[in-house]
Write a protein that binds this ligand. Structure first.
Ligand code: ATP
Ligand code: MG
Length: 566
């Protein structure tokens, strides 16, 4: 492709609303433009990258026996109502106003719909169905460019199985395919254990890249390789002390003391002598969650333990449930279910709210005073804590989710009546798995990990073009002729070349543009070197330049490209 005839609107300036490197560079390099908040157009150069990523995904999905579909984005609302997901997605689901349609945020329902009545026997199973298709989610805070869009491309795959062993196999195949995909994309990633959340599945793992722009937190241990989303991560931490002598319960006036910090200051005690209360509703029944000191409730863990519908209580609901407002609630005299974090197991001499505004209670012995109390791991792990096996130390950092593999089970097949006959002629719901990759996220995350102050650094597998051919002075006949020959020779060998053939641009301008666009190899044709029958080659990643005789140029480019792919 010739730059003079291409639409590659590069920018020198950093766009005002872009903060993270990938977002800035995707705009500056003319790969994308925003149409509206969270909605982006792929420009020709950007779309080439999307196609390359999609093709890698397609090849690896086909290699595990995946069959490619193309399902409609416009879905009848009733099928989403049948699985309760209009409610579950809430404001994230886009509704089409003049019809009872929604824009699909994912496709479990539609896959189940097509399986129903068509995949009817164990002999028809297993199946792996996938597509690379546009999804719609009304994300509350679209940001970081295409990393969180309202419209985005997802590779979503679904396994249909007769047995749990079959599901395990399908899951393992996707795990392997995902590793190959992200390896071919040259991404640095972690595979982390994840929460199955409200989706109701049994096992789930996420493929994550470390990034300050991430909205997930993952816990990772260098020594043991342990990696998990903090939603599920566990660590080895000390429980609160159980003192030899248990004090009696006493009430104290604590005017205007609302937080654990204020309580500790007021009483001059340590955080570990206090228990914080948070009220939730579980299937519309109140539950008090007790945490040690200032620790936050890990709602994903709570959801996993309680199941069903879990939501925090609203401020105005608290008084009726407990008799007090936030800041004065506690386990003593609380009339509903209580569940406590494991660090509080059998703790005594604790302070907590008195269920009476401006009062707290001391001398609480959970073993004695709340004998029926249930304990569970409900906390977030923190950097510096020991791994659960005690063999290493955790660090917690922000990460972006590239992909997700998920054992769904029978939630959707049961809701939609998708059954098959087993070997004994018995009817069972089909067992499903679901597996997603965000195509634009792979794109952006690659740039997050591969850039410098000058621009993007592409790897040959994802680069829009392998080579940027730069004619330095396109008014000189020798330069033009040589460029044309190189262009023809390289493209003839299947090498993709972006030819900067602009006549009126300066050398400096062309070099800057080439570094910004970041094709793996630059071939620079200038008058001076031509006198020695040579051109200059530059490897974008290393910035290493070399004079190469024209006679061996094609071979040299091929060799460099294959080396860069290693
Ligand atoms: P997140 O927690 O980041 O919102 P998710 O858990 O909602 O992700 P899934 O429903 O598992 O994501 O979707 C599968 C994949 O689709 C994700 O791993 C991610 O790569 C991609 N994806 C999800 N939401 C978006 C979005 N708003 N924009 C771009 N890609 C997305
Ligand atoms: Mg999401």
């Amino acid at each position: 492709m010739r730059v003079s005839k291409s639409f590659i609107p590069t920018l020198k300036e950093v766009p005002a609303d872009a903060v993270i490197p990938s977002h800035i560079l995707m705009i500056r390099a003319g790969l994308i433009r925003q149409l509206s908040a969270g909605i982006y157009s792929m420009l020709p150069l950007g779309y080439k990258v999307v196609r390359k990523i999609s093709e890698i995904i397609r090849e690896e999905m086909n290699a595990i026996g995946g069959q490619e579909f193309h399902l409609p984005a416009l879905n009848p609302k009733e099928i989403w109502e049948a699985t309760n997901r209009v409610e579950a997605f809430g404001d994230t689901l886009f509704h089409v106003k003049n019809r009872e349609y929604v824009l699909a945020p994912t496709h479990e329902e539609i896959i189940a719909f097509h399986a129903k009545g068509n995949v009817t026997s164990y002999k028809d199973l297993p199946q792996i169905w996938y597509q690379i298709q546009t999804k719609f989610r009304n994300e509350a805070r679209p940001r970081s460019g295409v990393i969180r869009g309202r419209q985005f491309l997802m590779k979503d795959a679904y396994t249909l199985d007769a047995t749990l062993e079959g599901l395990d196999e399908g899951y393992a195949k996707h795990d392997m395919a995902y590793r190959k995909i992200f390896d071919r994309c040259k991404l640095n990633y972690f595979v982390v254990g994840a929460s199955s959340g409200a989706m109701g599945g049994s096992k789930s793992e996420e493929f994550m890249v470390k990034s300050e722009a991430g909205e997930d937190n993952i816990a990772y241990c260098r020594e043991t390789g342990y990696a998990a989303n903090v939603e599920v991560a566990q660590s080895l931490v000390d429980a609160a002390k159980r003192h030899a002598d248990s004090k009696k319960i006493f009430e104290i006036s604590t005017p205007n003391v609302k937080s654990i910090d204020q309580l500790c200051e007021f009483l001059n005690i340590d955080e570990t002598e206090t228990a914080k209360s948070r009220v939730y509703f579980h299937d519309e029944k109140p539950v008090l969650v007790l945490m040690l000191g200032n620790e936050e409730v890990n709602e994903a863990k709570l959801q996993g333990i309680l199941g069903g519908q879990v939501r925090p209580a609203h401020e105005e609901e608290l008084k009726e449930i407990s008799g007090a407002d936030a800041g004065s609630i506690g386990p003593i005299g609380f009339k509903h279910k209580i569940i406590a974090d494991l660090r509080l197991k059998d703790a005594n001499n604790l302070y907590s709210g008195a269920n009476k505004n401006d009062f707290h209670i001391g001398g609480i012995d959970l073993k004695r005073d709340v004998p029926e109390l249930e304990y569970a791991d409900l906390r977030f792990v923190k950097s510096g804590e020991k791994t659960i096996d005690g063999k290493g130390t955790l660090e917690v950092f922000k990460a972006i989710e590239l992909g997700h593999i998920f054992k769904l089970g029978t939630k959707y097949s049961e809701a939609l009546g998708v059954n098959f006959l087993d070997e004994n002629g018995k009817e069972n719901p089909i067992i499903m798995g679901s597996y997603g990759i965000g195509v634009e996220r792979v794109f952006a995350c690659y740039i997050e990990q591969n850039n410098d102050e000058k621009g993007i650094i592409w790897n040959p597998n994802l680069a829009p073009f392998h080579v940027q051919l730069i004619g330095l002075n396109m008014k000189k006949e020798a330069v033009v002729e040589t460029c044309e020959k190189i262009y023809k020779d390289l493209t003839g060998q299947g090498i993709e070349v972006l030819f900067d053939d602009r006549i009126d641009s300066s050398a400096g301008f062309k070099f800057n543009d080439a570094d910004l666009l970041g094709m793996p190899i630059q071939v620079v044709v200038g008058e001076r070197n031509l006198k020695e029958n040579a051109v200059e080659i530059k490897v974008r990643r290393t910035d290493v330049r070399e004079m190469i005789s024209l006679d061996i140029l094609t071979e040299k480019v091929k060799e460099l490209l294959s080396r860069l792919n290693e």
